[in-house]
Design a binder for this molecule. Structure first.
Ligand code: TYD
Length: 407
């Protein structure tokens, strides 16, 4: 039994992924013996409907000065964050003279850079110093800190209350969600907007994309669970918007209760969650069976290709791939290497399974017969970039929503 982090109700896990390493800990051979593993199990709280990992490594094991995830690596994501910023400016900040925008998990400033000019005032709060430094080098105001009530108090003293609080792919990382919301409650000006987006539970269930669960993603949110968590601090959902990013995300908009009109979309999306079965325990048992199917089908396919003498290379050393590879037990015996554009990951080995990670250029003129696409959330961009691979007869292996080969 575990206790829900949101409402303290006791619940059972519905899936056990086994021992799991830190998803972004791309490591050198000398560090293999010291590698950190935790037991990764996920559960569903019957009371507030939050889906969460039972155990999560300490925050400083995951977010530190050598954090290997840089948000700015994808061109389409830069466009996405510009649109996010425009939405906030037009719909929530246009009546303010000098709006103050705070973003947490601001990484290399990919979103914040859209608020860098007057009339906006901005501040990023980012715990990993190396990525925050990249933002600072771009001239963005970014402090190296975890966000909580104390940080919120410091910010209010130095800059005043915030008109917008933003986060992208960050809120679901934080097990002490109540501490964050307490900080938000202190930080926000009356009627200020809290807007954040994270991978959406509804899409994970629809697509069986279990790889969205890894050490950093301690929660998979839904409108129901977010409403329950924020209601405890006097906030209500005023809107929500489904997004295509990260294989299916949701952007939640909240404000202090009664301060802003509630969009009819909220009621509609809540009903869709009920229709999808997100409040029913049996949905999660069915999901587990789907995960086992993908795990077994992929392993079977890779073993078969190996026997047939085919080369398979992984495409993009994503955090998500750590869950898939370790859950399925797929290592360098089945995948030659993983190609990735992040310099910090290149020359290292994948967490847990220790598949070599090589520079994306390694692929040029040296395509294998098969590429296994780990970053399926960037499929459009990647298929366009690697058009030559398919032209030369190469085949993509996909595993979401099921294992299949794109001819
Ligand atoms: P993403 O799906 O955002 O990763 P995560 O699961 O960690 O959230 O993908 C980011 C990773 O993918 C990063 O290591 C860079 C790599 N990548 C490539 O190697 N090539 C590409 O064309 C893209 C878009 C990403």
């Amino acid at each position: 039994m575990a206790k829900c982090r949101i409402c303290q109700t006791e619940y059972q896990p519905f899936i056990d992924f086994g021992p799991m390493p830190i998803s972004n800990n791309f490591l050198s051979e000398k560090d293999f013996p010291r590698e950190y593993f935790f037991s990764m199990k996920a559960g569903f709280c019957h009371s507030c409907s939050m889906v969460q990992l039972l155990e999560q490594p300490a925050a400083d094991v995951m977010f530190h000065d050598n954090y290997t995830f840089f948000s700015g690596t994808s061109r389409l994501m830069a466009e996405h964050f510009k649109k996010f910023a425009d939405d906030i400016k037009q719909n929530y900040l246009s009546d303010k003279a000098s709006p103050f925008v705070v973003e947490i998990g601001s990484n290399d400033g990919i979103m914040l850079q859209n608020f860098a000019e007057a009339p906006y005032r901005h501040l990023g709060v980012e715990p990993s110093a190396n990525v925050a430094r990249v933002a600072q080098e771009k001239g963005l105001n970014s402090i190296v800190r975890f966000f909580n009530l104390d940080t919120a108090k410091e910010i209010v003293t130095a800059h005043g209350h915030a008109d917008a609080f933003l986060a992208a792919n960050c809120m679901c990382h934080i097990p002490t969600l109540h501490d964050i919301i307490e900080g938000i409650a202190h930080l926000m000006a009356p009627g200020g907007v809290v807007a954040f987006e994270d991978p959406y539970l509804g899409e994970v269930i629809r697509n069986t994309s279990f790889d969205q669960l890894y050490d950093e993603h301690v929660f998979l949110f839904s409108l129901h669970s977010i409403s329950a968590a924020f209601a405890q601090h006097g906030f209500e959902l005023i809107d929500a918007k489904p997004l295509e990013t990260h294989g299916g995300s949701m952007r939640y908009y909240l404000s202090q209760k009664g301060k802003r009109p509630v969009s009819p979309r909220v009621k509609q999306l809540l009903q869709e969650e009920v229709n999808l079965g997100l409040l029913l325990p049996e949905t999660y048992d069915k999901f587990r069976l789907g995960c086992e199917q993908i795990r077994d089908d992929l392993k079977y396919l890779l073993i078969k290709l190996k026997r047939d003498g085919k080369r398979v290379v992984g495409y993009a050393a994503t955090s998500k791939s750590t869950t898939l590879l370790n859950y399925a037990g797929i290592g360098p015996d089945l995948i030659d290497f993983i190609s990735d554009t992040t310099p910090l990951k290149q020359g290292k080995f994948s967490p847990g399974m220790h598949i070599p990670v090589l520079a994306a250029e390694t692929l040029q003129g040296n395509y294998p017969e098969y590429l296994l696409l780990f970053a399926y959330n960037h499929q459009k961009e990647i298929f366009a970039k690697e058009a030559q691979f398919a032209k030369d007869g190469g085949k993509w292996i996909m595993f979401v929503p099921n294992v299949h080969v794109v001819e």
